[in-house]
Design a protein. Structure first.
Length: 330
């Protein structure tokens, strides 16, 4: 009897919000698994991830274009829908509500969140689902009708969220801020459309062992977190917000460029898995710690179970990737 598997688009639709909001701790289980929260976040993250992945495939592009489409998604969510780029009282800002605020924009936060969504919310979930469905990696997952439906759901979520969060947060973005966000997102999408398909596959460096790439992305995530969240809390006049934002962006860009230097035409599924899992490793580890964090006022119950679930899921996916890689041989 053939095994019944859920469609990969549905898996991505559900996985992307679980990574971007649940695993990160931005929305612990008590917030995430409410009818309202689950609906809003799944339509947003899931719809965005599916659209970015389908555009990448239909345009016959690579991971570089997917990252740029993920950046466009980040701008639409944070700049347009919830306006956290501009709202100085956005609840998650912390020190970044003051540090780096200039001309009505939370610049350090905006840079960090754009990079976060590009990598963690969009690219990593797409990589994981494509690893789970290797036979469908290069083909569209949706027909034209379903693609239009997802685009409609995503667009309605963005517009509805813009109206709703303006009421909830008592902050309404100006017309200039809305136009700026829309143009910035369109710019990222245009760059994704024009980026050569083989941009990340031109490298000449011989591939290293898969563990190297997992260590590299884990260290990259740790360094990025330290720059964006530790440095702003240090009272030092030399740490100007422009320096912090530039340093954080450079770290991520240089990491991506470093990865692109390798000859990924000779890579295996295990190489790709370690890149994706390394990017999430700190979030998995911190999920267990968040339940013990007494400085947070929200309900963090269940975060250990979230971390354990992702740990088990990644382990199973890693074993399948290893098996395919060993069968392929050197």
């Amino acid at each position: 009897m053939p095994r019944i598997r859920p469609p990969p688009a549905l898996v991505l639709f559900l996985l992307a919000p679980a990574v971007g909001e649940l695993l990160s701790g931005s929305s612990p289980p008590a917030e995430y698994f409410t009818p309202f929260g689950f609906t809003i976040m799944t339509a947003l993250y899931g719809g965005g991830a599916v659209l970015c992945r389908e555009l990448k495939v239909r345009w016959r592009k690579g991971m570089g274009s997917l990252l740029l489409l993920g950046a466009a998604y980040g701008v639409l969510e944070e700049g347009l829908m919830v306006a956290s780029f501009f709202n100085p009282a956005w609840p998650d800002l912390g020190a970044l509500g003051v540090f780096g605020r200039w001309l009505g924009v939370n610049w350090v936060w905006a840079v960090e969140l754009t990079l976060y969504h590009a990598i963690v919310s969009i690219t990593v979930p797409v990589m994981l689902v494509e690893l789970a469905y290797p036979d469908r990696r290069g083909t569209p997952w949706l027909g034209s009708g379903w693609l239009r439906a997802v685009a409609l759901i995503f667009g309605a979520d963005i517009v509805g969220g813009l109206i709703l969060f303006s009421v909830i947060t008592d902050y309404k973005p100006t017309e200039a801020q809305i136009i700026f966000s829309a143009l910035l997102a369109a710019g990222f999408a245009l760059l994704a459309r024009r980026l050569p398909a083989d941009w990340a596959r031109r490298g000449s460096r011989p591939m290293k062992r898969p563990l190297f790439y997992g260590a590299l992305t884990t260290l990259g995530a740790l360094a990025s977190g330290a720059v964006f969240w530790v440095l702003p809390s240090i009272q030092n006049p030399l740490l100007h917000p422009a320096i912090v934002a530039t340093l954080g962006a450079l770290l991520d860009v240089l990491l991506i460029r470093r990865l692109a230097d390798y000859d990924w035409r000779r890579s295996t599924d295990l190489h790709r898995f370690t890149v994706a899992s390394g990017s999430l490793s700190l979030f998995v580890a911190f999920a267990f710690l968040q339940e013990l964090d007494q400085t947070r006022t929200d309900n963090r119950a269940g975060m250990s179970l979230v971390g354990l679930s992702f740990l088990v899921g990644l382990a199973l996916l890693g074993m399948k990737a290893r098996g395919r890689s060993e069968r392929r041989g050197p």
